[in-house]
Design a protein around this ligand. Structure first.
Ligand SMILES: NC(=O)c1ccc[n+]([C@@H]2O[C@H](COP(=O)([O-])OP(=O)(O)OC[C@H]3O[C@@H](n4cnc5c(N)ncnc54)[C@H](O)[C@@H]3O)[C@@H](O)[C@H]2O)c1
Length: 309
């Protein structure tokens, strides 16, 4: 079976990807520095290297030893607000780190799957839903760094024949989403479990396009064998859900009767986004399996099980 190396495989999204890889019989190798990833999410059947993608010599050794055929590159600095506070750290991890991974791919890797952002690369949309041809005006360093790395993926494919798929995800949510990373579904769930009043930035009518992590992880693993042409795809549910909607649904799910506190909106965050996913549907058969309310219920139950103490 093919050997797949996953960067960031101890993290929220890629730990689920590794689980699907193992279920499907792939050999999985993980590189992660455990900066936000957790040892407990490492699949025991995967081979784990604690290493940093910003250290080329360190990761090159691993690639030479393991000789993976496919690379799924998910290691990144992922917090938009942190990218505003420390754009240099963000760029080092997301741009230089990706160049290092691509340099390692020159030794025999056939295909890279790069995980980018659909929520932060386009900037404030000029139309909805946003398709892959929409112009790019990222409002925060995170959107810039993730998008910049896409150019390197494209260039390495032209220069060295490395096949690629780039997926630009909507807002991913589900089990293993660390509430410390402050993504809305898990953060509100955590605050409700702790009987705190959730904090909403701005009026709460801002909308996002959510995708359930298990739908996404399974789809990425299925797409390894599909061999479409090298391309960039949006990946989300194509549905606008507001922050207020999430809070109200969570009240219904949990029985929480508190009231959210509103504080000023954060500069660098867009108002509304919804992704056009028709390309992924047409070329790769993408179809979300999980409706938002069921996925939110799973997220809430997971937070309750893991953070009740
Ligand atoms: N969560 C989302 O909503 C979302 C949306 C769009 C795109 N993405 C992309 O998906 C990927 C995974 O994100 P996630 O939400 O699972 O975040 P995460 O923080 O849980 O996962 C990132 C993983 O990368 C590791 N890592 C970070 N810096 C590293 C480094 N220098 N060397 C080695 N490992 C390093 C972390 O320890 C962590 O395990 C990222 O590329 C992110 O940009 C996420």
């Amino acid at each position: 079976m093919k050997k797949v190396l996953v960067t960031g495989g101890a993290g929220f999204i890629a730990s689920h990807i590794v689980d699907f890889l193992i279920m499907r019989g792939y050999d999985a190798i993980i590189i992660d520095n455990l900066s936000t990833g957790k040892e407990k999410y490492l699949n025991k059947k995967a081979k784990f290297y604690r290493a940093d993608i910003t250290n080329l010599d360190e990761i090159k050794e691993i690639f030479i030893q393991e000789k993976p055929e496919i690379v799924i590159h998910a290691a990144a600095q992922v917090m938009l607000r942190k990218s505003i506070d420390d754009p240099i750290y963000d760029a080092k991890t997301n741009i230089l780190g990706t160049i290092n991974v691509l340099e390692c791919c020159r030794n025999g890797v056939k295909k890279i799957i790069y995980t980018s952002t659909g929520g932060a690369r386009y900037g404030e949309p000029e139309y909805l839903p946003v398709d892959e041809k929409h112009k790019l005006n990222p409002l925060a360093p995170y959107g810039i760094s993730k998008h910049t790395a896409e150019h390197y993926v494209y260039a390495y494919s032209k220069l060295y024949g490395l096949d690629y798929l780039i997926f630009c995800f909507g807002n991913v949510y589900g089990p293993r989403d660390d509430p410390n990373c402050k993504r809305v579904s898990s953060l509100f769930s955590y605050q409700i479990v702790k009987n705190q009043d959730p904090v909403i930035f701005g009026d709460g009518n801002q909308t996002r396009d959510f995708i359930y992590v298990l739908d996404l992880a399974e789809f990425i693993v299925n797409s390894i064998e599909k061999n479409p042409e090298n391309k960039l795809f949006n990946l989300a549910n194509g549905e606008q859900i507001s922050v207020n909607d999430i809070f109200n649904l969570l009240k219904e799910i949990s029985g929480f009767s508190g009231v959210a506190k509103h504080i000023p909106a954060i500069p660098g965050e867009i108002r509304d986004i919804c992704l056009d996913t028709s390309l992924a549907k047409k070329d790769l058969g993408w179809k979300a399996k999980t409706d938002f309310k069921s996925g939110l219920c799973e997220t809430f139950n997971w937070i309750k099980e893991n953070y009740s103490e």
